[in-house]
Write a protein that binds this ligand. Structure first.
Ligand SMILES: *[C@@H]1O[C@H](CO)[C@@H](O)[C@H](O)[C@H]1NC(C)=O
Ligand SMILES: *[C@@H]1O[C@H](CO)[C@@H](O)[C@H](O)[C@H]1NC(C)=O
Ligand SMILES: *[C@@H]1O[C@H](CO)[C@@H](O)[C@H](O)[C@H]1NC(C)=O
Ligand SMILES: *[C@@H]1O[C@H](CO)[C@@H](O)[C@H](O)[C@H]1NC(C)=O
Ligand SMILES: *[C@@H]1O[C@H](CO)[C@@H](O)[C@H](O)[C@H]1NC(C)=O
Length: 287
């Protein structure tokens, strides 16, 4: 053991655990983990039939309809410290780690990048991806400030837009009380359905339009081929996501830094190579 590593006591660990559990109260149906957040034993990211679970035995496992499709193989057995003293965390450099007893790393995604804001997403096809760093964020104030809790409720709405896809008029992204959509006259709006307040808007106007996330991370409101609003932030070509966050802000992360390769194979047909995305403009719908 390196001299600077101090084993922590069980009491300390449970204090840490209680603190983290307080900070991140995942709702069923949360499928985005932001950096600085941890997945504690018993907590899951869930997207439809896909579950990413941090198990008490320190293994981080991905199930599709109950079938195991991916695992970090980080099972740790210890008579003194086993059961519950592990967690998964997304670090500020975009690295996903499974740790035990705070200090010890059992597994790492190994892809590191510059310090920034990253997001781990379990998407609707069951792929895990780490996106970042953040390219753009809407300039409305955070609705709850850092460390906001997400009360344990069920989320069954889509709140991520993937690059190459469009959000059409009449469709919305929705995360808990926050809703993003295009109004009748093409104003892109974030609303709080609880307070009825408009939190952010583009003040755009047109007869018809759609919102699109380009494969360079630029968000655009377009009327046909004409752009009527842009986030004006571009990056390298790749896979990006735009997420309606738990704090009521809309943010773009990418390009993708890491994804779980094994599951990639089995979803090959759903994901064309990155350089084909530009041609693949899919009409994206939700119920
Ligand atoms: C987490 O996922 C597992 C399946 O991997 C499931 O058995 C368990 O009920 C889920 N827990 C929560 C809190 O959703
Ligand atoms: C876990 O172990 C299996 C079997 O050896 C292997 O196929 C898989 O790639 C491992 N998972 C990771 C994330 O390395
Ligand atoms: C931990 O315990 C489980 C169940 O007893 C066993 O299957 C696994 O091989 C053990 N892992 C290690 C690393 O000892
Ligand atoms: C972990 O918990 C399981 C079930 O609660 C129990 O059977 C097992 O003995 C525990 N292992 C350790 C190392 O405490
Ligand atoms: C936002 O709220 C206003 C007023 O309640 C409503 O007219 C509008 O349709 C809402 N827009 C979205 C995108 O939810």
């Amino acid at each position: 053991m390196a001299p600077f590593l101090t084993p922590i006591s069980t009491t300390q660990f449970f204090f840490f655990l209680a603190l983290m559990t307080f900070l991140l109260n995942l709702a069923t149906g949360d499928y985005v983990l932001y950096n600085g957040e941890v997945l504690m034993p018993g907590q899951n990211l869930t997207n439809g039939p896909h579950h990413l679970s941090m198990q008490p035995n320190c293994d981080l496992v991905l199930h599709h309809s109950g079938k195991l499709v991916w695992t970090t193989n980080s099972t740790f057995n210890s008579s003194s410290n086993g059961n519950g003293s592990c967690y998964a965390a997304l670090k500020q450099n975009g690295e996903l780690v499974v740790r035990r007893d705070v200090h010890y790393i059992l597994w790492t995604s190994a892809k590191k990048a510059k310090k920034g804001k990253y997001a781990l997403v379990l998407d609707s096809t069951g792929r895990l991806g780490i996106y970042g760093s953040r390219r753009w964020v809407s300039n409305n104030p955070k609705e709850h400030g850092p460390g906001a809790t997400r009360p344990g409720s069920t989320i069954d709405t889509e709140y991520v837009l993937h690059s190459g896809k469009r959000l059409l008029m009449g469709k919305t992204l929705k995360y808990r009380e926050y809703e993003l959509g295009l109004s009748k006259y093409c104003n892109l709006v974030i609303n709080s359905t609880r307070s009825g307040k408009t939190l952010w808007q583009t003040n755009t106007k047109a007869a018809t339009c759609f919102l699109e996330l380009e494969n360079n991370g630029e968000l655009m409101v377009k009327h046909g081929s004409q752009r009527i609003w842009s986030s004006n932030r571009k990056g390298d070509k790749g896979r990006y996501i735009a997420v309606l966050r738990f704090d009521g802000r809309f943010a773009v992360y990418g390009p993708i830094l890491w994804f779980n390769a094994k599951f990639d194979d089995s979803t090959k047909n759903d994901y064309p190579p990155i350089d084909m995305i530009k041609e693949e403009i899919i009409t994206w719908e939700m119920d």
